[in-house]
Design a protein around this ligand. Structure first.
Ligand SMILES: [Zn+2]
Length: 82
């Protein structure tokens, strides 16, 4: 049985809406795949191809990656709250 997880590229949310699309391709550093429709993230408003994972653990790894990115961004902006 094959399950796939679709998530928002910018915030990692799985709270997505899909619109019928024209078979655009999601191209990310974690995978490339044809996407039927365009995803709209209900959490951050991102529009575009979602990122797709076959395994839960790949999705978890992506979430970790996002967290690290955000932490580093905050450091650069001089965000000092702990
Ligand atoms: Zn999002």
């Amino acid at each position: 049985m094959k399950t796939s997880i679709r998530a928002c590229l910018s915030c990692g949310s799985r709270n997505l809406d899909f619109t019928p699309g024209n078979g655009m391709v999601a191209n990310t550093y974690f995978g490339i795949g044809p996407v039927a429709g365009i995803a709209i993230c209900k959490d951050c408003g991102m529009r575009g191809g979602p990122i797709e994972f076959e395994k839960e653990e790949d999705y978890e790894a992506f979430l970790e990656h996002l967290k690290t990115l955000k932490r580093e961004q905050r450091k650069k902006e001089g965000y000092k709250k702990r």
